[in-house]
Design a protein around this ligand. Structure first.
Ligand code: ASP
Length: 316
């Protein structure tokens, strides 16, 4: 009897950032709401994958949901910079084509991941920044715009004031210096991979500061075998070129995805003095979600359709 070919695999992993200071910093009601938002993002991305859609569409759909939620440091929930404004960064990459798009330091774009996608699809460039990115957005009617203060939220303002008080006292904030970032990685039925990341950056960052999230290879990377989105202290993720290093270990050394992701996040990043996490998926549907902060908002759907969300190491 002829065997039917194995069902095509899909997989989806998302994160809402590794900037979780402690268990006490996430009250139960908040944790429930955050995990519901993660589930909504999983549903949006998975709907694309289950209809035979592409990994890049799934990643985009999941990140838009996270950007729309004020719980995460991206889109609506973006942190404040030192001047009391918001500068948002995003990037995405498709593995099998190595197409990529990115925007840095935008302040009127409601969903920066959609503008990064437009840069990839409707410009000859990979990254546009600041005013040039805003002017490119002016040419794209599908890109929703908002006034810069649309991103103001009381919770983020309190975090800015707290960070500035620590700065005045010349002390590091007790909770660390970053609060989130969103990302997604996906494997579609065609065996193609994609990764994307969107962030408000780091609280109290200097005006003009750009972190790892919009930098292809640092915060986001995908090739034919591996897709990664990072979250953490961006200066260290830039210097360790985290997302590319994970995929390079898989490509050149044949490391398993789990080993590669763990060695970079818990090895290279920590050795440099940084912290954070990453999510990754490979072409076989293996997933990895290492982090070295107290928690990382995360959600996943494996090829066998098992799914979950978690914040801390015990799965809670
Ligand atoms: N990596 C982001 C940045 O440095 C922050 C984060 O992941 O929370 O801009």
């Amino acid at each position: 009897m002829e065997q039917s070919p194995p069902a095509p695999k899909t997989a989806l992993v998302i994160h809402g950032g590794a900037g979780v200071a402690s268990r006490e910093s996430v009250p139960l009601q908040d944790a429930i709401a955050i995990r519901q938002a993660l589930d909504q993002a999983l549903d949006a991305g998975n709907a694309v994958l289950q209809h035979g859609g592409s990994a890049i569409d799934a990643v985009t759909a999941a990140i838009v949901v996270l950007e729309e939620s004020a719980w995460f440091n991206a889109g609506k929930g973006s942190v404040f910079d030192a001047r009391g404004g918001h500068e948002l960064d995003a990037s995405l990459m498709e593995g099998h084509t190595r197409r990529a798009g990115a925007v840095a330091s935008v302040s009127t774009v409601r969903n920066p991941i959609l503008l990064a996608r437009a840069v990839m699809e409707h410009s000859p460039h990979v990254m546009l920044a600041a005013r040039g990115a805003e002017e490119f957005a002016d040419t794209r009617p599908e890109i929703a715009r908002v006034a810069p203060d649309w991103f103001d939220t009381p919770r983020r303002l309190a975090q800015l004031h707290e960070a500035q008080a620590y700065e005045r006292a010349d002390r590091a904030p007790a909770h660390g210096t970053y609060f989130g970032t969103c990302g997604a990685v996906a494997l579609d039925v065609h065996g193609h991979l994609a990764a994307g990341t969107s962030t408000g950056g780091m609280t109290n960052k200097r005006y003009g500061r750009v972190g790892d999230s919009p930098v292809i290879g640092a915060g986001t990377y995908a090739d034919a075998r591996c897709a990664v989105s990072g979250t953490g202290w961006g200066e260290f993720y830039l210097r360790a070129v985290v997302a590319h290093d994970i995929c390079a270990r898989v490509a050149y050394r044949g490391d398993s995805l789990a080993k590669a992701a763990d060695d970079v996040v818990n090895g290279e990043v920590v050795r440099l003095g940084g912290d954070g996490g990453a999510i990754a998926v490979d072409a076989d549907g293996n997933i990895a979600m290492p982090y070295n902060s107290p928690g990382m908002f995360r959600g996943w759907i494996r090829p066998d359709a098992s799914r979950g969300t978690a914040i801390f190491a015990d799965g809670e």
